[in-house]
Design a protein around this ligand. Structure first.
Ligand SMILES: Nc1ncnc2c1ncn2[C@@H]1O[C@H](COP(=O)(O)OP(=O)(O)OP(=O)(O)O)[C@@H](O)[C@H]1O
Ligand SMILES: [Mg+2]
Length: 235
């Protein structure tokens, strides 16, 4: 179980998050919908310990995450795949992937096993394992970013706009893969502007506007909600 309870966050004097409460049960796929600047990435950065909440609590299993070190949070099993991929473009695909296993570096057999699983999920990355990550297509780079996160062996995965800037066919494949990762048992929190595709693979979703959760509901409820359709689906 992953939960935020009345989490607030400020950047200097600007309050980016206001009493945000959300949760994901083990094995769930939960979507965070919100337009540019709503606070989706701020929520993820606060969960992964890169931002410090000014108040509220973040629980993951038995742990309180506020004040916990980012590396410890990864070791706990909560892994963040950041917006914009954040790869090392000059380093090989293999090196980029291996970086994701940093917290498991003493378990080289385990790392090798996880790498095999990532290559099974993304065969193209095996083919391109010696190529500089920056030479890959946008979709392949997103695969590297997700693969690197999987190398951390997440129990829960925070995916920040994985479909951003990708061609429609590639977006479709990306959502299929995310659904597959979730079906294999990983809890997924997915921040997306591609609301229709994201809701389709989700069980529940939250809508965030200006740092506040303004709506929450099951997939079908939100897919059929006129406000959600107007603001995020365009129908
Ligand atoms: N490091 C920062 N310093 C100051 N303000 C910030 C910082 N990061 C984000 N903000 C502000 O906080 C608010 C929330 O930003 P955030 O990046 O969390 O939104 P988002 O929902 O992820 O948007 P997008 O869809 O564009 O990625 C915005 O008003 C943004 O300008
Ligand atoms: Mg963002």
């Amino acid at each position: 179980m992953l939960s935020l309870d009345r989490v607030s966050l400020s950047y200097g004097s600007f309050r980016a998050l206001h009493d945000v409460s959300i949760h994901a049960d083990d094995g769930e796929l939960v979507v965070l919908l919100g337009s540019n600047g709503a606070g989706k990435s701020s929520i993820f950065l606060t969960m992964s310990g890169l931002n410090r909440a000014s108040s509220g609590s973040i629980r993951f299993g038995a742990h309180e995450l506020v004040g916990r070190k980012p590396s410890q949070i990864v070791a706990d099993g909560l892994v963040h795949c950041p917006e914009g991929r954040k790869l090392f473009p000059g380093m090989s695909v293999l090196k980029n992937l291996t970086l994701g296993a940093y917290v498991h570096r003493s378990d080289s057999k385990g790392v090798k096993r996880t790498l095999d699983e990532v290559f099974e999920l993304f065969p193209i990355l095996h083919e391109k394992r010696e190529s500089p990550a920056g030479s890959l297509s946008g979709g392949q780079q997103q695969m590297v970013a997700i693969g690197r996160a999987l190398m951390g062996r997440p129990k829960a995965l925070l995916l920040d706009e994985p479909s951003l800037g990708l061609a429609p066919l590639v977006v479709k494949q990306m959502f299929e893969i995310i659904a597959r990762i979730n079906k294999a048992g990983t809890t997924v929190l997915l921040a997306e502007q591609n609301a229709y595709a994201a809701l389709n693979i989700a069980s529940r979703a939250y809508v965030i506007e200006q740092g506040r959760i303004v709506m929450e509901g099951g997939r079908d409820e939100l897919l059929n909600n006129p406000q959600v359709r107007k603001a995020y689906i365009g129908a």
